[in-house]
Design a protein around this ligand. Structure first.
Ligand SMILES: *Cc1c(COP(=O)(O)O)cnc(C)c1O
Length: 231
């Protein structure tokens, strides 16, 4: 077994154990393999071990990687910040964008999504723990933004995404993730058909799943430590 295949199995076991702990079916949680900074060979290895969904932060790097992997049926998720001048690449190449934090970016993605492709699946990035300089929409501003995005053609609003501040305390991790879960419930009660909570990384995937995550974004535990910045 290759290292990546073994690591993937370990992560799947972690997901299953976390789901079991709160009696959720493991099928409710999608594993996104975060392949940023790793080359196409690493993605191929993960695919050979059964992984189909990959997350990338750096849009230009991701698009180059996709071209080298076009022979594989992979699903690409944009999980990095999206500047206005990168929306076209995201609209043309990705299946999902997790980091929408303003209407203008959503509008550009909507306009630029090629008509031949299925809608771009999108999540709103929420600043659940309130860091002043952090990316993401304030929780209180999320309902209005969600309603506006849900009305845009070419996009399908699926839910919320968070990147909380790291914490070593499990209960504190769960408490922050539960705020996002509550916000998703509020939006659903307000009539938005959302089903996705993109939260949980290598260090906090168990806490995220306990709180209701439906998509964990895992890099280090699958591919190892990142030693370089992308070119
Ligand atoms: C890098 C990254 C991840 C993966 O983080 P790990 O700690 O390596 O699992 C997940 N989400 C986002 C937004 C990231 O930038």
């Amino acid at each position: 077994m290759t290292t990546i295949a073994g690591n993937l199995q370990t992560v799947r076991d972690r997901i299953a154990a976390a789901c079991a702990r709160v009696q959720r079916p493991a099928s409710e949680v999608t594993l996104l393999a975060v392949s940023k900074t790793f080359g196409p060979e690493a993605v191929r290895e993960a695919h050979a071990a059964g992984q189909l969904a990959f997350g990338e932060n750096y849009i230009q790097e991701a698009v180059e990687k996709m071209a080298l992997l076009a022979d594989l049926p992979l699903e690409w998720h944009c999980i990095g910040p999206i500047q206005s001048n990168k929306t076209r690449l995201v609209a043309q190449h990705f299946a999902w964008a997790h980091t929408i934090d303003r209407l203008k970016i959503a509008q550009r993605l909507s306009e630029q999504r090629p008509p031949g492709l299925p809608p771009l699946q999108v999540c709103i990035q929420v600043n659940v723990d309130g860091g002043a300089t952090k990316a993401g929409v304030a929780p209180g501003e999320t309902p209005d933004l969600a309603r506006e995005i849900a009305a845009l053609p070419g996009l399908r609003l699926r839910g919320l995404m968070t990147i909380p501040e790291p914490s070593d305390d499990f209960a504190a991790q769960v408490a922050v993730h539960e705020r996002a879960a509550q916000l998703l419930r509020d939006l659903r009660e307000a009539g938005l058909p959302l089903d996705t909570l993109s939260m949980g990384m290598t260090a906090d995937l168990e806490a995220a799943i306990v709180a209701g995550s439906t998509m964990v974004r895992i890099g280090t535990a699958i591919f190892g430590g990142r030693t370089r910045k992308p070119a």
